[in-house]
Ligand binder design. Structure first.
Ligand code: ZN
Length: 259
């Protein structure tokens, strides 16, 4: 377990945000990061935001982007008494904004952070505590109650990738069936693709082009893409649901069937 405060220092806390719209507060928060190209951060985060609002309800927004920073996970937090329009699905203004930037090599930290944040902010008393924090130090102290479960990085990256690739494949099929461009579908695909590393994406695209399917199930040691038996060594490795491997015969991504 790690504490959220391990990734957040008082200098990245803004007790009262000046901006009243998403773009200006994202700039303010990015401005608290030291020795880093803030323009790139702002650009990428706004791009992500344009695909889909990152407001998660309860007056909280979670703008984020995956950027090669060399610094792992970076967080900045700001509060707003006035409320900020974040195009939230519930229509409510946002009073707490978490800006999160993470390395492509640490996607799991991000996923875990995200689920920890959602869990903590479901509790109204916790939200109230944060909103009443009077200074930066107090804010960091309260937020340090949020614990982030850490799974082994390499394994966890693969776990995320398997379910994203399955979803991407489903959307690619929809794309073929639709026969025309749907902006909503394209947006959904783009959002998902932004969370997968390029090596996987390149392979995925090649497979879709060549075989029509990129990720298939493994059932009883048989790849459901080429229907060949996998080697015993590989079969023995594939024991965790949702881990992705590569078929030795056809080169497709393979994973145990999802429930
Ligand atoms: Zn195969």
């Amino acid at each position: 377990m790690k504490k959220l405060s391990e990734f957040l220092s008082p200098e990245n806390v803004l007790i009262e945000l000046e901006g009243t719209d998403a773009e200006s507060v994202i700039k303010e928060l990015a401005g608290t990061f030291k020795n880093i190209n803030k323009d790139v951060i702002v650009e990428r985060v706004l791009h992500r935001e344009s695909m889909d609002s990152t407001a998660i309800g309860h007056g909280i927004a979670f703008p984020h982007a995956r950027i090669e920073t060399g610094k792992g996970l970076m967080i900045a937090v700001g509060k707003s008494g006035k409320g900020i329009d974040f195009s939230a699905f519930d229509g409510n203004p946002v009073s707490l904004v978490f800006l999160v930037v993470w390395q492509p090599s640490t996607p799991i930290l991000f996923t875990q952070l995200f689920s920890s944040l959602i869990k903590s902010f479901r509790k109204q008393d916790f939200r109230n505590k944060i909103l009443s924090a009077g200074d930066k130090k107090e804010m960091v102290e309260i937020l340090s109650a949020i614990k982030i479960k850490i799974i082994e990085e390499a394994e966890a990256e693969i776990v995320c990738t398997a379910s994203i690739l399955r979803k991407l494949q489903e959307l690619e099929r929809k794309r073929v069936v639709l026969k025309r461009k749907s902006p909503k579908l394209e947006k959904e695909i783009e959002t998902l693709r932004s969370d997968v590393n390029n090596d996987y994406l390149n392979r995925f695209d090649r497979l879709i082009k060549r075989c029509g399917t990129a990720i298939v199930d493994v059932i009883d040691g048989v790849c459901q893409g080429c229907y060949m038996n996998l080697s015993t060594g590989l079969t023995n490795q594939i024991k965790y649901k949702n881990h992705v491997y590569i078929c030795e015969n056809c080169g497709r991504f393979i994973a145990l069937k999802e429930d």
